[in-house]
Design a binder for this molecule. Sequence first.
Ligand code: PGA
Length: 248
Amino acid sequence: MAFVTEADAAKAVAEKVARSIHAKPDLVLALPTGRTPLPLYRELVRRHLSEGLSFKRVHTFNLDEFRGIGGDDPASFRAYMDRHLFSKVDLDPARIHFLDGLAENVKQECDRYEAELRQVGGLDLAIVGIGGNGHVAFNEPGPAVVPWTHLVKLDRQTRISNAPLFGDDPSRVPLEAFTMGLETILRAAEIALIATGSSKAEILAQALEAEITPKIPASLLRKHPRFSVYADEAACSKLESRALSVLI
Ligand code: PGA
């Protein structure tokens, strides 16, 4: 679905979240971080405060986390989520699931995350963004996808785009991160991709209109029968078919 502004796109995703919670109060949500979801989190907080939207029984699983920093480090995705959403709505802390960047045993940590997901019945709705290089969560472009939660080496471009969390110094961005795998995400009952701003126009066009390939991880989302795209006009500007809704 194409929207004029990023605020309109955020409102539409928030509406989808609200409807999903009403239909299933113990909804299992996958959540992204970064610049793109900020208007969504603002809108969810607004709906909680002024419309009584309750997250009490919702489970959240964030898509990814940097390795080597703890959740109390202000640069961590956990701290980002605390700042922008978790501290402002009525989520039950026991239902907030996060990858632990300080976990020493990588395999055990990845297995724990997948097991927690299975325990609650899997993801109902995965909300994801798209990186400038086409990544989804921290699944970077490559010859093949790693299906399940795993440790990745971050691309140079990804470290540069995450530098604002680290005092604008890309060299301080961790070299590695934990991420859900593409299959973890594709197993969700429904996937919503948010893409806003002209910086996403080129990669969004490739992800939606070029071949489906692990070289553009977001293109693999098209294999999902309930995949929708929430994009603003700027992000849609390089699409050949300007009517985004016909693509999804
Ligand atoms: P951004 O990140 O929202 O900060 O552009 C998106 C992503 O890397 O998935």
